[in-house]
Design a protein around this ligand. Structure first.
Ligand code: DX5
Ligand code: ZN
Length: 223
């Protein structure tokens, strides 16, 4: 199992993003998570393709874009062009999930699907062959710094069993409320793609230390 830490830049100081990414990369992060929010699918507005494209020029890392956007079909090409390596859309945000996932693949990006806490895993069973990651939201999306909802770990366990049964090379992601304290249990539940915002970028002067702490837990899990 390949364990990946994906620092979510939502928790970083927007006035010093390049520097924050540089420090995280130097400490070993090779992936960043971008939370695109439209103020409609979620009650918050964050940033869009222009910011992703600016940072693309400053980083070699894998860019994982999480779209919390209604009808994400409208922006897939822009997000890809801005430099997304994977685009994850919510099953709840489109009427035509199969079509939208195929659109992402046609753009040459990896496709991911995200599920809100209350959405059951069964909703995505048929489209699993189209994605390389399922992102389980462990908080209600929209804001960083929330507490992980424990029952979402049951969904990871169910997905992990389903993946084994279907024999699919699927990454299992978790997003929201991840910290050093709960990471071992999260990994035990089957997650290998770990999004972490506040626990990486707060406090601002501990970014390197935070990345190294989380990565060392993942390294142990990989052995
Ligand atoms: C929540 C976002 C998350 C968020 C996680 O809507 O999708 O990626 O940045 O932040 P933390 O790790 O602080 O819960
Ligand atoms: Zn996210």
């Amino acid at each position: 199992m390949n364990y990946v830490l994906a620092p979510s830049i939502l928790a970083a100081d927007f006035g010093a993003l390049r520097e924050a990414l540089r420090i995280a990369e130097e400490a070993g992060a090779d992936c960043f998570h971008f939370d695109v929010m439209d103020g409609c699918f979620v009650p918050n507005i964050s940033f869009g393709p222009a910011l992703i494209s600016t940072l693309r020029g400053a980083s070699e890392a894998f860019f994982d874009v999480h779209m919390m956007v209604e009808q994400p079909e409208r922006y897939l090409a822009d997000i890809r062009e801005a430099g997304a390596d994977r685009i994850t859309i919510h099953a709840e945000a489109t009427r035509h999930l199969d079509r939208a996932l195929n659109q992402i693949r046609e753009l040459g990006a990896s496709a991911g699907v995200a599920l809100n806490p209350a959405t059951p895993v069964s909703v995505i069973e048929q489209i699993l062959p189209l994605v390389d990651m399922v992102l389980i939201m462990s908080v209600n999306p929209g804001f960083g710094g929330q507490k992980l909802i424990p029952y979402t770990l049951d969904k990871l366990r169910a997905l992990s069993a389903l993946r084994d049964r279907l024999g699919l090379p699927l990454n299992l992601g978790i997003d929201g409320g991840v910290a050093e304290g709960n990471l071992p249990e999260i990994v035990d539940s089957g997650a290998n793609f770990i999004v972490a915002g506040s626990s990486v970028f707060r406090p601002q002067d501990k970014i390197g230390e935070n990345v190294r702490g989380l990565l060392s837990i993942l390294e142990k899990a990989g052995k």
